[in-house]
Design a protein around this ligand. Sequence first.
Ligand code: ATP
Ligand code: MG
Length: 372
Amino acid sequence: MATTTKSVKKTETKPASKTTKNPKKKIRIVPPTIAVIPDKTKRLVSGIKPTGQLTLGNYIGALRQFVKLQDELSDHEHFIFIADLHAITTPQDRLELRKNIRSVAALYIACGLDPDKVNLFIQSEVAEHAALGYIMESTAYVGEMERMTQYKDKKGKQTDGIRTSLLTYPALMAADILLYDANVVPIGDDQKQHLELTRNLATRFNNLYGETFVVPEGFFPETGARIKSLTDPTKKMDKSGDNEKSYILLLDDLGLIRRKIKSAVTDSNGIIKYEVRNKPGISNLLQIYSSLTDVSVKDLEKKYAESDYATFKDDLAEIVVDAIRPIQQKYFEIINDTKLDEILNQGAERAKVIASRKMFKVYKKLGLGRIR
Ligand code: ATP
Ligand code: MG
């Protein structure tokens, strides 16, 4: 399916023939082995958790970047997955989770990911993710995991029943990336610390057991790296946030989106200026506006120098609605189509080829199992 996909070439090496021409020459009998020539393609990997419906933050910070990169990095093979194993680090309703997994898959396509260019798949359908996740837990130290700010944040939101996987999921994230020898990992800046950990784990493993993993690079979008909550603009817009006015869902009713923007928290000074510390609300709205239109924040400040917040919010509401409308149209076309299943099957199949090859190598380096 993927245009950049190169299948594994298998070449049979012929046994050396027993020759009588030169009797002094040592006869070397080479067993008929299968030499696997790895494909040279560079790879990009990323994913989104199906913990709820996707937000405008996910779109600006992640989805839109994936879409841009599928064309800009056409020399890479792209693996974009639905991170359902990550979702169960916190309690999920079984039926909701199933629904969300499919919804994220459909949104990938609706936002412009092209299954001919990108391998789209569900993480749990490629068992090697969990297998390498465990190996990464056996490479990481507890102290490292406890230092992760996402863990501290998420743990702080729960009173009891904190799952062990909430602590260890950065090891699974490292596995997600290292399985594919990803060179490029497009992520929001909330994931920077986890990527750093991944790099450390890859380097540690390579030092302990010999060269096995490619040490990946992060890729951070220039604008819109972190869209803030509409009700508390000092916090990130989160799909698992409690206040539904704090986020815009890509599948929200368009009228509701307008209302959410118009009621976004700002300040009382009335000047449209980007000043994150003193004016976090209006700065966040400027950031959203700029990300969706590619007009710089500076130019927006000039354009709205004489305007009030209400006018600015009205314009922004239309810009957001115009960006989301076509996504919703495409989403409803594909969500119940069996084509979506075909796309996910093909993606998983290709992912398994790469992932199983890597796991074989990892087990061998560690001395696990038997040599076969
Ligand atoms: P959760 O609250 O469950 O953590 P989330 O909205 O943070 O959900 P993730 O699945 O953790 O979503 O992240 C998916 C991708 O979206 C990541 O690359 C992340 O950096 C990006 N992302 C999430 N929220 C935002 C945001 N507010 N602004 C920009 N990017 C975001
Ligand atoms: Mg998150």
